[in-house]
Design a protein around this ligand. Sequence first.
Ligand code: UD1
Ligand code: CA
Length: 457
Amino acid sequence: MYKCALILAAGQGKRIKSDLPKVLHKVCGKEMVNHVIDTLRKSKIEDINVIVGKGAELVKSNTSSRNVSYSLQEEQLGTGHAVKCAMEFLKDKSGTVAVFNGDAPLIKEDTIVKLFKIHEENNNSATILTSILDDASGYGRIIRSGDEVLKIVEHKDCNEEELKVKEINSGIYCFEIEKLVECLGNLSTNNSQGEYYLTDVIEMLKDKAERVGALVIDHEETLGVNSRLQLSEVEAILRKRINNKHLDNGITIIDPMTTYIGADVEIGQDTIIYPGNVLEGNTKIGKGCTLFPNSRINNSIIGKNVEIQSSVILDSSVGNNTTVGPFAYIRPESVVGDNVRIGDFVEIKKSTIGNNTKVSHLTYVGDSEVGESCNFGCGTVTVNYDGTNKHKTVIGNNSFIGCNTNLISPVTIEDNSYIAAGSTITNDVHSGELAVARAKQRNIEGWVDKRGLIKKK
Ligand code: UD1
Ligand code: CA
């Protein structure tokens, strides 16, 4: 049976008070609408149409990598109108379409699979995902007669009896495409909000003696975000879910309350994570690593048995058995090899660092290719910028860079060469050479006395 999904994402979301469309606000580092898309894909729904309106171009550009199609709802005249705007997508299709809200990112893969299953097994024309709430205010109520679902009544349209109903509409449904399309044409705005309600389709189907079912699930999964407070609440729920998944996979998280792991981060078994770590984007951490406190790692690949402490690593990779930090900064497009040491107050920018190389303290390496088994003395600087252009520094294998060296790029230091401490290197150094580029020391005897600078008592 053909399956597809619509995601309603046209509203601005006034209560979130933002220039950014609501569905682009991030939860655990990923836009809410993209959470919904990714979960749908995990439940094997390939054909997804996102209904955009407010901030349409931004919503499109932020979802474009996910290969979805779009419908435009220029004016937000209600959820029924939004689905009508997807008519081009729906027409001539037959099968099941599920409807989701772009601002409810906690829905789980298993639930989606179950919703489709129940819908198809029961030959329903519509199946509603519902929850039971103590305080149902604001939500559409599920009105039943015995077990049978009759209709959904919006909070603002409820009579006294209906207001007492605790079963609410999550805003997630499955519909028979042809049946849905038939009803959409007959929606009216004859209600307290003057909107086209998608929920009215349920009563229309019942009037045609169609089968309507409901699947009751825990409310947490259907929580929607209308305000920044709800955004933070949803974030806390998802963060806990993500951390629990990693704990389950054999990762030690010493304090899950203060560990922030993005939705798409992967972590190998036996890695230990201390408090204050923030792991973002498509980061992958290998097995057996120790992340000591307070690092931020974004979109980076970390090998096995790596130790990192109080450092920032962005869009880079770090090899096996390497140690980073404390207080190191690895900037985008850097490739750090195996068994390397990147020590305190070291900045690596767009550079390759070969295996077994040590850059232990107070050093800047930018736009450089560094070979294997090199040693950088404390305070080395690659001088990669001449005020106009950036230039490259190339350092071969087994080179020794003395403390406080400036490497004025473009410059090449060949394999097996040495640079004396305090040198400012402007010319290439060839294999086997020692380069000394500093003024010879002079000691001027009696100089202090002659100047009358000796302090008396
Ligand atoms: C809707 C349901 C209600 C349900 C609740 C669950 C209707 C009429 N009511 O109410 O039964 O309990 O969700 O959260 O459907 N949107 C558009 N275009 C529009 C209007 C809305 O794209 O013209 C989008 C919004 O951006 C949002 C979603 O649809 O993502 C839901 O809209 P919202 O206005 O929040 O619906 P509710 O009033 O909460
Ligand atoms: Ca809502």
